[in-house]
Design a protein. Sequence first.
Length: 143
Amino acid sequence: MNVNQTNRLGAIYTQLASQQSAPQPKTYHGAKLEDTVTISETGKRAQQNWQDIASKYDVHNISAQEVSAMSRELFEGGFINSGQMMAIGAPTSMVESPFKKYDLLNDMKQTFSLSASLGSQTNAAKTDYLNAISTLERLNEYR
């Protein structure tokens, strides 16, 4: 999945959420018109899968073991690419405890800020990292 596909997924979820609200009746020369929106079964499954992942994991209080499972679920669900999966699932230290909880989203933001200031990332790595952060922010919003 490339960056454009990831950005489109975010747009799809936003669109799906807005489409699920009750349509507002419109008028045309005094007659009421109503919009009807139908969401495909694939779209409903994708939305449910996204919501399941979001409700299962707290990106501000998560263990390394949970991060690994979450990044795998996001990748297998087609929500992130392999570079984003590696950015999310990267160990925080050489002696990382698999069960100790930490704030993944804020740690990733700080790490990105530091590495960007050092100029140590390629443009592709920066894009993957920023998209991974964006995905985590959206997960947090759907929680």
